[in-house]
Design a protein around this ligand. Structure first.
Ligand SMILES: N[C@@H](CCC(=O)N[C@@H](CS)C(=O)NCC(=O)O)C(=O)O
Length: 208
């Protein structure tokens, strides 16, 4: 049995849960926090981060590496397009989700969830307000440009790009901020459609 170590509040853990569910791979989620950086954590995750996937004796850290690994252990259904241009597009959108989207949503997640729940510290509302006013609108405008016109997936079928992007956007839901459809209507409707998939339902952390 595959063991996924991490916790659903992490967008990168959610991304892997979505991949496991979409591929129909049975797994157990085992709670692992990235703090403190114990020798046990660093032994299986040299960067001290979650998620880590355990498959027998093999430990695989990093969501992108994990999904690439799963593609080799269970090729179908594939989360990577066959067509070279679409394959490149999927990898790029995964990268965009894991970097640019995280740069904006990460501080919101940190302030609204990690500080109160992990460090027993208060949310800095000024940081939240600044990100919501200055950084989130241009990000949503950019993502609107990648959203499909008529629902469905980012590429011609479900791929790692959908798993990566929507796993990040879910942070807006469970921190209570929400995705403002008036700012990004195509993105909001695409995101709603993705959230209705069983894989995303399984990845959603308990709300409240
Ligand atoms: N590139 C990594 C990023 C993983 C990541 O940043 N995980 C966060 C939790 S959301 C973490 O473990 N942070 C702890 C730290 O950076 O010390 C991946 O794709 O898995």
């Amino acid at each position: 049995m595959i063991i996924l170590k991490g916790a659903k509040p992490s967008p990168f853990v959610r991304k892997v849960i979505v991949a496991l569910e979409e591929k129909g791979i049975p797994y157990q989620l085992e709670n692992l926090a990235p703090f403190p950086k114990t020798p046990e954590l660093l032994a299986i995750s040299p960067l001290g981060k979650i998620p880590v996937l355990q498959d027998g004796d093999v430990h695989v850290p990093d969501s992108s590496v994990i999904i690439a690994y799963l593609e080799r252990t269970q090729p179908g259904p594939s989360l990577y397009p066959e067509d070279p241009a679409e394959y490149a597009r999927a990898l790029f959108l995964e990268e965009l989700a894991d970097t640019r989207v995280v740069d904006v949503l990460g501080p919101l997640f940190f302030e609204k969830w990690v500080k109160p729940n992990v460090f027993q510290q208060e949310t800095d509302d000024a940081v939240v307000e600044r990100v919501l006013a200055d950084e989130l609108p241009p990000l949503l405008a950019q993502l609107e440009g990648f959203a499909p016109d008529d629902g469905g997936t980012l590429l011609s079928r479900f791929s790692v790009a959908d798993a990566a992007l929507c796993a990040q956007l879910m942070g807006l839901v469970f921190t209570g901020i929400g995705l403002d459809a008036s700012q990004a209507p195509k993105l909001a409707s695409y995101f709603d459609e993705m959230l209705a998939r069983p894989s995303f339902k399984s990845a959603m952390p308990a709300l409240g």
